[in-house]
Design a protein around this ligand. Structure first.
Ligand SMILES: Cc1cc2nc3c(=O)[nH]c(=O)nc-3n(C[C@H](O)[C@H](O)[C@H](O)COP(=O)(O)O)c2cc1C
Ligand code: SF4
Length: 854
């Protein structure tokens, strides 16, 4: 369809409401303007005089007044053109005042003044431009053949400005109507697209990221040119000074002017956050739909494929999260005319915002992007499996459906252990992983070229001035975590029931800590006083949800409050399990008294500023403390009061592989890691290295591990194979990266060989593919003493005397020994094997056969 005939079509469809609207406005204006004192004032006295004359005339002849008003409107550039789509959009977004977009001339002065300047202003100069446009089209006559021109307008092409030329197609334009009002209602060029009226109420925000200052300069240029065009003065914001979480509620028109750096740069934090939010399937797909944006990237084409890659990703991810792009991505090449490219983009952006003739461009860009793969929230569609507010686990959780670890999460260790009984989920996991992996690959490829900037520091290494203290768990994160079965305590702590707790309640065995240290899982509470941490380990399926940071910048909750809250929630969740088939009454009663606390659920517990008070409170209640840290806070390790067992996660043994696996935020992560091991070596109490083997990532680094073990001299080394969660994240992990038990055993044997005397393989928990290497300090004769005398530990703590790990050890049962036929499974427990589909079918067939034979 030609543009003229489509305009006619639109006019046909919408002429009645438009006419009604125009008449209504005219009448309203008439009433208002006929009041003794007009509510609308302009600074133009001549205009006032004219208005008075017109009003008097209107009193005599109302119809003339209507004609005049409509005529006025036709040439009033302050009145936006009203395409039906635009009317709808405006009504959708507008404030109550704006819902009467044509009536602002009748608004009270103070309300009128609140409208953006650009709408209020009557740019006389623009009128001349409009006339020029009209003159340019005078060579063509519109559908009316130029008959219905405004009085005194000899140049224009009639009411339709020549738009609705007779193309042979049947059409009716305004002038074909018999009504005088409609006759003079031509489409009018306006000064601003009504689509953007609501947006421009607030000043535009211009975010920039820069090292050498160009992006800032461009941001200033944009601000100046926007102001010169009558827009409210924009706000300039350095991206490092803005709290990224606020983008989720940001609704202003935000322009991003971002430079590209393949070294540590000011964009890193923003891009990292954006990427994580984009790929977090727990975050709503349209989480940024209030934001309107456009991105300009600064780069250097000499970087080849990496040219402007960060800004490009930002543009893509913003769009994918529902933010509305008002103008296409622009880029400026340092190697070419960067300034010129920016100016061109800058002018085009502003022109598009202010020129309604660009509406078609908005139609194309004023929309969020199609997802290019699995959506961030696609898994949220089925709520059926969510753990409900009451912690009802009888339903299948979302993660269970996906084959991900869930309420059985366990601590960083338990949760990640492959439950061999769950191997039936593997096929589903693989399918899911493939889909998710494809999505992440591209993102990770980009991320690889970006280095990390230490968050909390400016480019000069100066500390960023503290922002307003806020809660760590934002409402969005709260929703996401509680959906996963976490109970949130206060503003930064969490508690969750581990799958082994449930298994223990049903007499189906305990986790590896039972074999190694004598912990019964139903007496154990898993919690963390800090949901935030300073790493984003690739094998952590939770990392998309967790807040991260290198310094505590959130509100701090009181340790008593956290502990009481954790216990209360833990007991509350246990209560929900009362009715689960198979729960043993004796175990259920025992479970009402927590005896152990695993401080390792998620995040970095040692990050919590009052971690010592928290641990001491546990001990006062005679609850043991197993604290796992990620080896990034050596000072906190050194300052840590005695805990029952202090762990350090040793996820890799070289700087390169640690960076690859843990994806630390700290620039000096390797030094921090080594310092943490040194600090651990000086503790004196029970210390443990936790090694997670990822085949083809870190299984060949025997010699390096041996060196690290010698450095920190831990009492124990727990070695386990990585769990395949069904989602390799950015790492691209697959089932092929999960080592077999025999491979883990071989790795441990090699470690022991190279370590020489001093360490031996002590125990195993074959069920979760975990092996314990212990210092021979814990072996007396041929008996191992890896278990813990918990009562003795509390006595030692209460005594205030110095003590060592040897002062509270206890004998290990032989069924837990490495190589024992029980494989570390307590013979008192009932081993539960999940039936396969075939087994269930065979049983059913057998039953049916028996029934038939009866
Ligand atoms: C150390 C360094 C690394 C850079 N890395 C990239 C890159 O990976 N991709 C790219 O397109 N430009 C890269 N650039 C070019 C800058 O993005 C470009 O010079 C830009 O104009 C700088 O903007 P600014 O002055 O606002 O910091 C790099 C420049 C430097 C100095
Ligand atoms: S350190 Fe952080 S990212 Fe790594 S496993 Fe723990 S919670 Fe996840």
């Amino acid at each position: 369809m030609s543009s003229s005939s489509s305009a006619v079509q639109l006019w046909r469809e919408y002429r009645i409401p438009l006419v009604c609207m125009a008449v209504g406005i005219a009448t309203l204006t008439l009433i208002l303007s006929s009041k003794q004192k007009s509510t609308f004032t302009t600074t133009d006295n001549d205009d006032d005089d004219k208005n008075k004359k017109k009003n008097n005339e209107a009193k005599r002849n109302p119809q003339t007044k209507v004609d005049e008003l409509v005529e006025d409107m036709a040439h009033d550039p302050t009145i936006p053109r009203l395409s039906p789509e635009a009317v709808n959009r405006v009504l959708e977004h507008a404030t109550p005042e704006q819902k009467q977009p044509l009536q602002h001339q009748g608004l009270k002065k103070e309300v009128y003044r609140k409208l953006p300047k650009v709408i209020r202003k009557k740019p006389k100069k623009k009128q001349a431009e409009l006339d020029a446009i009209a003159a340019a089209s005078a060579s063509t006559t519109g559908c009316c053949g130029g008959k219905h021109k405004a009085d005194g307008d000899d140049n224009s092409a009639g009411c339709c400005g020549g738009k609705s030329q007779n193309d042979g197609a049947a059409h009716s334009c305004a002038c074909s109507s018999s009504s005088p009002a409609t006759l003079s209602t031509p489409p009018v060029l306006a000064q601003i697209d009504p689509l953007l009226l609501p947006l421009l109420q607030d000043p535009i925000k211009i975010f920039f990221s820069t090292i050498t200052g160009t992006a800032k300069l461009f941001a200033q240029q944009l601000a100046e040119s926007a102001t010169a065009r009558g827009l409210p003065v924009p706000k300039l914001i350095d991206i490092v000074d803005y709290d990224t979480e606020d983008f989720l509620t940001e609704s202003s028109l935000s322009i991003f002017i971002l430079s590209t750096y393949n070294v540590e740069g000011p964009n890193d934090w923003f891009l990292k956050w954006l990427e994580d939010t984009r790929f977090d399937w727990r975050v709503q797909k349209e989480s940024m739909n209030r934001l309107k944006f456009s991105v300009f990237g600064l780069g250097d084409s000499a970087y080849g494929d990496e040219f402007c890659n960060g800004p490009k990703s930002a543009d893509k991810w913003l769009g994918q999260m529902g933010a509305q792009r008002v103008w296409p991505f622009g880029e400026g090449d340092k190697n070419a005319d960067q300034g010129g490219a920016f100016k061109q983009w800058n002018d085009a952006l502003l022109a598009s915002l202010l020129d309604p003739t660009q509406s078609h461009v908005h139609e194309a860009y004023f929309s969020s992007d199609e997802e290019d793969g699995a959506s961030a929230s696609e898994h949220d569609d089925d709520d059926e499996g969510d753990v409900d507010e009451n912690g009802d686990y009888a339903k299948q959780t979302k993660e269970e459906k996906l084959g991900l670890p869930t309420i059985d999460g366990g601590d960083a260790s338990e949760g990640e252990m492959v439950d061999l009984e769950d191997m039936g989920n593997v096929a589903r996991k693989i399918k899911q992983a493939k889909e998710d992996k494809a999505l992440d690959e591209e993102a990770f490829a980009i991320q690889k070229v970006r280095a990390k900037r230490a968050v909390g520091e400016t480019k000069d290494g100066k500390a960023i001035k503290p922002r307003e203290v806020r809660e760590m768990v934002s409402p969005l994160l709260y929703k996401s975590l509680t959906k996963q079965g976490y109970k949130i305590i206060g503003s930064h702590s969490g508690v969750k029931i581990c799958r082994w707790t449930k298994a223990a309640l049903r007499g189906r065995g305990f986790c590896y800590k039972h074999s190694f240290y004598g912990i019964q899982s139903h007496l154990c509470m898993e919690t963390t006083p800090s949901l935030a941490c300073a790493n984003k380990c690739v094998f952590c399926w939770r990392h998309h949800t967790n807040p991260v940071g290198t310094e505590w910048r959130w509100k701090v909750d009181d340790p008593e409050f956290i502990l009481e809250g954790a216990l209360e929630n833990h007991y509350g969740m246990l209560k929900q399990l009362k009715g689960v088939p198979g729960v043993r009454a004796d175990r259920f009663v025992e479970a009402t008294q927590v005896k152990h606390c695993a401080l390792s659920l998620v995040g970095e517990p040692i990050f919590y500023p009052h971690i010592n008070e928290f641990v001491n409170l546990l001990h006062k209640k005679r609850i043991s403390s197993f604290l796992v840290t990620n080896a990034q806070f050596p000072d906190a390790i050194a300052n840590m009061d005695p805990v029952t067992q202090l762990y350090v996660s040793v996820d890799a043994s070289t700087k390169e592989s640690l960076k690859k696996i843990d994806r630390p935020l700290f620039r000096d992560f390797w030094e921090r890691f080594l310092d943490s091991l040194d600090a651990l070596g000086k503790k004196g109490q029970r210390t443990v290295y936790r090694l997670t083997l990822v085949k083809d990532f870190n299984t060949d680094e025997i010699a390096n591990y041996v060196e690290l073990i010698r450095r920190g001299q831990p009492d124990f080394i727990e070695v386990k194979g990585v769990t395949y969660c069904g989602y390799g994240g950015a790492s691209g992990l697959t089932m092929a990266n999960v080592p077999y038990h025999a491979e883990v055993v071989r790795f441990v044997e090699l470690i022991q060989e190279q370590l020489g005397p001093g360490y031996e393989i002590a125990a195993e928990h074959a069920h979760s593919c975990s092996i314990l290497v212990a210092s021979t300090k814990f072996k007396k004769g041929d008996k191992w003493y890896t278990h813990i005398d918990y009562d003795r530990f509390f006595e030692l703590v209460e005594s205030g005397e110095k003590f060592t790990s040897l002062d509270y050890m206890a004998e290990t049962p032989t069924w837990a020994y490495f190589g024992a036929p029980e494989g570390g499974f307590d013979p008192e427990e009932t081993r539960y094997f999940r039936k396969t589909k075939d087994q269930r079918k065979a049983e059913r067939d057998q039953r049916e056969e028996d029934e038939q034979n009866q």
